[in-house]
Design a protein around this ligand. Structure first.
Ligand SMILES: [Zn+2]
Length: 69
């Protein structure tokens, strides 16, 4: 039986991460990388959603409003 230590690459910074119980944040190398990755994903989704909604509402109320005196 071979117990070669397996390592994975941190998806955030590419650092080698030992694949085992000692790596609490695997596949990330650290809690920081994990939070950065999750934070970036969440903020990006939030920003896209907000921007899309805002843009649609803005252009809708500005252009499709007939000038009725
Ligand atoms: Zn990392």
């Amino acid at each position: 039986m071979s117990r070669a230590s397996r390592t994975v690459s941190c998806p955030r910074c590419g650092a080698p991460v030992p694949w085992g119980p000692e790596s609490r944040f695997r596949p990330f190398c650290s809690e920081r990388c994990k939070m950065i990755d999750l934070g970036a994903w969440a903020s990006e989704e939030y920003r896209v959603a907000v921007k899309g909604e805002d843009e649609e509402t803005d252009s809708d109320s500005a252009e499709s409003k007939p000038a009725a005196p």
